[in-house]
Design a protein around this ligand. Sequence first.
Ligand code: ZN
Length: 378
Amino acid sequence: MNHFDIYKAQSKAWSILSRSYKNKRVASTYIFHGREGLGQWPLALSFAALLNCESPKETDDDRHPFYPCGQCRNCRNIFSLNFEGLNIIVPIGPHKKHSEAIDLTNEFLEIKRAEPLARQSSAKPLSIPIDMAREVKKSLSRLSTEGITRVVLFYRMEKMLASSADALLKLIEEPPSDTVIILTAERPEALLPTVQSRAQLIRMERVPVEVMVDYLQNNYDLDAKKAQLLARISEGLPGFALDMTAGFEDEESSSRTVGFLLFKSLLIDSGPKVVSLLTEMVNDRDHSEAEELLRLWQSLIRDSAYFAVTDDSDGLVNVDFVPELKKLSRFFNNAKVAETMTADIKNTLADFRVNVHIQAALVALVLQLKKRLKSGPA
Ligand SMILES: [Zn+2]
């Protein structure tokens, strides 16, 4: 497996961490904030590796003066999550016994070992259990092995109940020596003000398209076209792109996934960008492919419009895209928008029957639909 290039993906964040290491001004607590799946996990591991690397690589680059070597025993142990000085606490589902909590944690670590960018998905509510937090606190009260900088990662700290966070406050207020605490959170405001004020905030940025294309092609066996499409539609969020790769497993679901991504692009991107994606992805000589796409769009519009008025997902056609459709429903708060868009698509489908130029018709349609979208409040 190729490594995700976290140094390029989160160049600013790495610059802060790498320079703090160089200047020997490493903070005792960091908050990596931003949407899950932007690379918080690999960033935390790379930093843990740098802090413990036996032969860190020094460069002439002022922005990134240091990297972990990735080869020494400590680096390897950290990246494989088998390092004595690395403690990771993640949100888990409901459980009764402590042993179950450990099993659930290990299950998630296994997923992260295989794919460090994977997002947590669960129908059940997730939370960071107090007993796991306490255990870490206890283990940190012991002296660390000489030469080791302990790193504690609280992943998705907003999932920690307030009562458990209270128990950790002391740890953050008076961190043990040779210990760095990393908290990840979507929004730092979701954390206790005392925690926020004692931590250095590091904002995760959208990941550049080329970094994602590289990773998707090398690790997910996607052709260049699909990798490009996914990377460009995912709004810089690798976690989203990875969730969607499952949709490329067979040919049928693959054309649905492409159709959905183009629909999403229609809603969120500028007209010229949608047009360029469409002309890349849709075969200009095959009516049936374009027709299939437009029929899918019609049903996606219907489902999104449906979500604009209800939270209930019964009666939806495109169940495979439910979480995404929910988010996109905001474009259809005005019922008129869905209505006029559906009518426009119907007209284009009728045009296909009289043999118009496929791409020209699609381009005209997209521009028309963008106008309709502008007329409704987003
Ligand atoms: Zn190393």
